[in-house]
Design a protein around this ligand. Structure first.
Ligand SMILES: *Cc1c(COP(=O)(O)O)cnc(C)c1O
Length: 496
C-alpha cells in the first residue's frame, strides 16, 4: 500500500516517506491509497490480544515498509509502564448500552498520549528508512495539551530535539507546571508574550523562513511539527476504536458483528476521523457522533454541508476543542468524494480565499449517512459533569461531558439506542477547576493544586500520579520572550 496527497491522486510514496514528510508539498494531507480490510476473523483474533498486540496488528496493515518486530519494539515503548493501567485504553460500562473508552491513562492524562507516545518512534524510523541524515527538531506552538504530550513523547528520543512555545497567560497553572518541569536532555520550553494565535503565527513564520532552513541544514538539522496532520499521529488512534469493540465482545456486552455507535468530543477532527478509518476497514460501526462545544463549525458542516469558519470564536470550559479550522476534515472529504483530488483542492482554495465552502450533494449525503453532530453550550457541559457524577458516580472531564450530552440529545432525537462508546479524552483532574465547580465544590480562593486536592477530597477519586508528582518537581524553564525573539531562541536551542 502506498500513500498520496489529498490534492494529488497520482504521486505515490511509501508510508515512511509520508510520515517523514508530514504535510504534502501541495498543501494536502497524506492518505493511504487503499484501506486494508479487517474481516470478522481478524476481529476475533484481535479480541484475544492485549492492547500492544492489537496496535502492532492494526498498524502493520498500514505500514508495509515496517517489520512486525520493529512495531513490537515501538508498541512496547509507547504503551507500557508509562500508562497507569495494563489495559492502556480501558472501556468502562456505565449501563446496558453506554460505555466509556478512557484514553487518559498515559503520562499527560489526556488522549493525545495515545498518538504522541507512538509518533516519535514512527518518525525516527521513517527518517532512517528514507535516508534522511539530518536530525529533527520538533517545534510546537501549544494552547496546553499538545505541548506537554509532545514533550513527553519526544523526551530523550535519540536523534531528536523538541522545543515548545506557549502563550504566557494562555494556559492553566497545571498545564504550565506540566511543561516547565519537563525532564529530558533534548527538550526546551519557553513562554511568549501574547495569546495562542501570536505564538502559532510565530512558529509558522519560523517554518517558512528559507534562510533559517538553510542555516539549520548546514548544521545537520531540520524542523518538523508534531501536529495532527501527520499520518503517524492518526494511525495509532485507529487502534483504540478497534480495541474498544474487541473489549465489548470479550466482555459479552455485544456479539461479534453487531454494529455500535461512537460519540467523540471533537476539535480538529483527528480523533473521530480515526474512527471513520476503522469503519472503512470493516469495524461494525453504525454512526459516528461528532460532539462539539460552542465552536460548532463541524456540527454545522455535518448538518448543512457548509463549512464556514467566518464566525465568532468562543473560549470555553473545554478549551482543547476551541478550534475553527479542522484540518483533518480534508481527509474525510477526499474519501467521501471517491478520491477526487481536484474537487478537494477546489474546496480548500475556497476555504483559504473566502473562509467557507459547500460540498456537493453526493458528499453531503455520504457525510450524513455516517455522521451525526450536535453542539453543547457551557451550562449544559457543566450540568452534564454534575449529572454523570450524581447518577453514575462517575467523574468525567468537561470535554467528555460534551460528548455525553450530545449522545443524550442524539438518543432522544433519533430513538437509536444502539450500544454506544463515548470517547473520554481527558482525566477529570486535568480540568479540576471546572469539574470541581460542576459537582458543587467550592472553588473560591483556590489555585492549581487546591482544585485538585478539593476534587480528591469530595470525590475520593485517585489523583493521577503524573499530576500529583508535579508538586515535587522543580521548574526548569522560566521567563517569557517577545514574539520577535522566537527564531533566535530556536537557533540557540539547536546549538546547545
Ligand atoms: C485535542 C483534544 C480534543 C480534540 O481532539 P481532535 O482530534 O482535535 O478532534 C478533545 N479533548 C481533549 C482533552 C483534547 O486534548
Amino acid at each position: 500500500m502506498l500513500y498520496n496527497s489529498t490534492r494529488d491522486g497520482k504521486n505515490k510514496i511509501s508510508a515512511a516517506e509520508a510520515i517523514a514528510t508530514g504535510l504534502a508539498r501541495d498543501g494536502g494531507l497524506f492518505v493511504p491509497d487503499t484501506i486494508p480490510a479487517l474481516n470478522p476473523e481478524d476481529i476475533k483474533a484481535l479480541c484475544n490480544m492485549d492492547y500492544r498486540q492489537r496496535a502492532v496488528k492494526v498498524m502493520s496493515m498500514f505500514l508495509e515498509d515496517f517489520t512486525v518486530s520493529e512495531l513490537e519494539v515501538f508498541a512496547g515503548k509507547a504503551y507500557g509502564l508509562n500508562y497507569d493501567t495494563p489495559d492502556i485504553a480501558p472501556v468502562k460500562t456505565l449501563d446496558s448500552n453506554t460505555h466509556c473508552l478512557e484514553l487518559w491513562h498515559g503520562p499527560t492524562c489526556a488522549f493525545k498520549d495515545m498518538a504522541l507516545q507512538m509518533l516519535p518512534h514512527l518518525l525516527t524510523a521513517s527518517l532512517k528508512k528514507t535516508g534522511e541524515t539530518r536530525r529533527v527538531c520538533i517545534l510546537v506552538a501549544t494552547s496546553g495539551d499538545t505541548g506537554k504530550a509532545a514533550l513527553e513523547g519526544f523526551a530523550d528520543v535519540e536523534g531528536t530535539k523538541i522545543f515548545v512555545f506557549f502563550p504566557k497567560d494562555g494556559v492553566s497553572d497545571i498545564q504550565q507546571m506540566q511543561m516547565t518541569t519537563q525532564g529530558g536532555d533534548n527538550v526546551g520550553v519557553c513562554s511568549v508574550v501574547g495569546n495562542f494565535d501570536d505564538v502559532q503565527t510565530g512558529v509558522k513564520l519560523i517554518f517558512s523562513d528559507e534562510k533559517m532552513r538553510e542555516e539549520l541544514t548546514e548544521k545537520g538539522w531540520f524542523l518538523s511539527s508534531a501536529n495532527s496532520i501527520n499520518w503517524g499521529r492518526l494511525l495509532p488512534q485507529i487502534v483504540y476504536y478497534i480495541s474498544a469493540y474487541c473489549d465489548l465482545v470479550k466482555a459479552g456486552r455485544i456479539n461479534l458483528g453487531d454494529e455500535i455507535n461512537y460519540c467523540v468530543p471533537t476539535g480538529n477532527f483527528g480523533n473521530i476521523l480515526a474512527g471513520y478509518y476503522a469503519k472503512c476497514m470493516g469495524l461494525p460501526v453504525k454512526k459516528l457522533i461528532c460532539a462539539s462545544n460552542s465552536n460548532d463549525v463541524l456540527t454545522e458542516f455535518i448538518n448543512t454541508g457548509v463549512y464556514n469558519r467566518n464566525r465568532q470564536f468562543f473560549t470555553t470550559v473545554s478549551p482543547s476543542m476551541d478550534i475553527l479550522v479542522s484540518s483533518n476534515l480534508e481527509r474525510l472529504l477526499y474519501e467521501l468524494s471517491g478520491k477526487d483530488a481536484e474537487l478537494i483542492s477546489g474546496y480548500m482554495k475556497e476555504l483559504t480565499d473566502n473562509g467557507k465552502y459547500t460540498v456537493d450533494r453526493d458528499i453531503f449525503s455520504a457525510v450524513q449517512s455516517v455522521f451525526s453532530g450536535g453542539s453543547c453550550g457551557e451550562e449544559d457541559t457543566k450540568n452534564t459533569v454534575g449529572k454523570m457524577y450524581r447518577e453514575y458516580n462517575y467523574l468525567i472531564d468537561t470535554h467528555t461531558a460534551v460528548a455525553f450530552k450530545i449522545l443524550d440529545d442524539y438518543r432522544r432525537g433519533t430513538g437509536d439506542m444502539t450500544d454506544c462508546v463515548v470517547v473520554s479524552t481527558a482525566s477529570p483532574y486535568k480540568f479540576s477547576q471546572a469539574v470541581l465547580s460542576a459537582i458543587g465544590g467550592n472553588t473560591e480562593g483556590l489555585d492549581g493544586f487546591g482544585y485538585i486536592d478539593a476534587l480528591n477530597r469530595i470525590s475520593g477519586v485517585k489523583i493521577p500520579r503524573p499530576l500529583d508528582e508535579l508538586r515535587q518537581k522543580s521548574v526548569r524553564f522560566t521567563g517569557a520572550i517577545e514574539k520577535s525573539a522566537m527564531p533566535g531562541r530556536v537557533k540557540e536551542f539547536i546549538a546547545e
